[in-house]
Design a binder for this molecule. Structure first.
Ligand code: UDP
Length: 485
């Protein structure tokens, strides 16, 4: 599909992320890569999210060097004090549909989203890149007659389970309610030999299919094949089988991952002199943990983080802490402000006091740098897709404690397919934590380090000049240019 125009239009992409830390981070990285290729970008942010981004990051000044880039903010109509976190995801998605879509259509129809940065000439949108879960993006692209590319920022193995959801429901395998969680799931092609109930996305654990979470995933599965292409954050060597399965339903795929690594490679090649480390993080990074790491032996420290959304109860936190201490490994633990349900400042103080000998606790870290540090030997993770890819690039084996969305299937892949970690799914007690930490960091250390190092090499090849992800990005850029003809 091309824009109806009788003259050449400069390519102009409208980005539509979901207003959460990791998806926005991914979309900003891709937006910047497009800017470097002289493509105009309008980046749509919910105004509440945008204010936080401006408060904590230098994003505006960083993008000011691209004349074709601009942010557009829009209201989601939710109350000012709405938490806008993964727990309230479905309210945020309703707001996208009911408030953001009409406002955005109004702006698009009035021409107020046309970039003016090329002389005085207004540039209409020629392509939309939207997170796949945003149902209204297809409607919007059809109404303004422009191409739509979905960027599914979750893991491709989970995207495949979404695409198989109609089949799972038809076969009576979904939904199920926390019973017989080890039962095999036979009707997801490519995963027959290892997939169990507990490895499916969390929303399959519901009473009936009218549940909003299932309906949203079903809608995504119906809409994915209708886009002109799908951008995925993975690389050929890691997800060859899955890419080929998804490709049967959605033939035009762009596998451009690990995106953070592709981004770092391109930025290093394009931006001279290099800029200081920039971040799209909504928390202040505590760099003192790097000094602490400098004093530790190589590969001796377990890095512990559950990302930007997942919460933990106090009981889970104490079980984890006892398990870590009993394992006798050193650890660097990220405890995000507000992430422990019901925690008091006294709890924090007691834990910090008793951790001093063995570990370091900070509230937010420069994770990519931490994972690349030679003292890190393992990563206790919630299997968020960005954390997983960052760990893969750094060659760090993982212990997985997944919580929701794609994390359950990612943790199964980490242990059974990529063989770069252990899956601790659905259990968090001190005995299990100690056992797994000892296995990852001591008894099976060499085996895991070997497979993680090999996978890291393949990831790096894919983002280097001529590598599969680098070539996919070039093809994406060419196709976006073509869409404006
Ligand atoms: N992260 C970080 N510092 C921290 C913890 C996490 O910069 O102390 C970043 C991490 O590098 C990753 C993101 O937060 O890019 C987490 O994304 P992921 O997809 O793993 O999980 P989510 O936060 O979406 O649950």
């Amino acid at each position: 599909m091309g824009h109806q125009a009788d003259e050449f239009l400069s390519p102009h992409v409208l980005f539509m992320p979901i207003p959460l830390q990791s998806p926005v981070n991914c979309m900003l990285k891709l937006a910047e890569l497009l800017c470097m290729a002289d493509i105009h970008v309008t980046f749509l942010n919910i105004d509440h999210f945008h204010s936080r981004l401006l408060q904590y990051t230098d994003v505006e000044s960083r993008f000011s060097k691209y004349p074709g880039f601009c942010f557009q903010t829009i209201s989601d109509g939710l109350p000012k004090d709405h938490p806008r976190c993964a727990d309230k995801f479905y309210e945020m998605m309703d707001a996208m549909e009911n408030v953001v879509q009409p406002l955005l259509m109004k702006k698009l129809r009035s021409g107020s989203l046309s970039s003016k940065s090329s002389g005085n000439k207004a540039l209409p949108i020629t392509c939309i890149i939207s997170e796949a879960i945003i149902g209204c993006a297809l409607d919007i692209s059809q109404q303004i007659n422009v191409s739509l590319l979905y960027f599914d920022t979750i893991s491709p193995c989970a995207v495949w389970t979404y695409l198989c959801l109609p089949k799972l429901i038809e076969a009576g395998e979904v939904p199920f309610k926390d019973n017989d969680m080890d039962a095999s799931i036979g009707c997801v092609p490519g995963m027959e030999s290892f997939l169990r109930r507990r490895d499916l996305p969390h929303f399959c654990r519901v009473h009936d299919i009218s549940d909003q979470s299932i309906q949203l995933a079903l809608k995504e599965a119906r809409q994915l094949p209708k886009a002109q292409g799908i951008i995925l954050n993975t690389f050929e060597h890691l997800d060859k089988a899955i890419l080929s399965l998804i490709g049967n339903l959605c033939p035009n795929l762009y596998a451009i991952g690990p995106l953070h690594s592709l981004y770092n490679t391109k930025v290093a090649a394009c931006i001279k002199p290099p800029e200081p480390n920039s971040t799209n993080s909504l928390w202040k990074e505590d760099r003192s943990c790097l000094t602490w790491l400098n004093a530790q032996a190589p590969k001796s420290v377990l890095y512990v983080s559950i990302g930007s959304q997942v919460p933990m109860t106090i009981n889970q936190k104490m079980e984890l802490w006892h398990g870590l201490v009993n394992s006798e490994s050193r650890f660097l633990w990220i405890i995000r402000p507000g992430s422990i349900i019901g925690e008091t400042s006294e709890d924090v103080e007691v834990l910090e006091r008793h951790t001093k000998e063995r570990g370091c606790i900070v509230s937010w870290a420069p994770q990519e740098e931490v994972l690349a540090h030679e003292a890190i030997g393992g990563f206790f993770t919630h299997s968020g897709w960005n954390s997983t890819l960052e760990s893969i690039v750094a060659g760090v084996p993982m212990i997985c404690w997944p919580c929701y969305v794609d994390q359950q299937v990612v943790s199964r892949y980490t242990s059974m397919v990529w063989k770069i970690g252990l899956d601790m799914k659905d259990v968090l007690d001190r005995v299990m934590v100690e056992k797994m930490v000892r296995e990852l960091m001591v008894s099976r250390r060499n085996e895991f380090l070997k497979s993680a190092t090999e996978t890291a090499k393949l990831a790096k090849v894919s983002v280097s000049e001529g590598g599969s992800s680098s070539c996919s990005l070039d093809r994406l850029i060419e196709d976006i240019r073509f869409m404006s003809l």
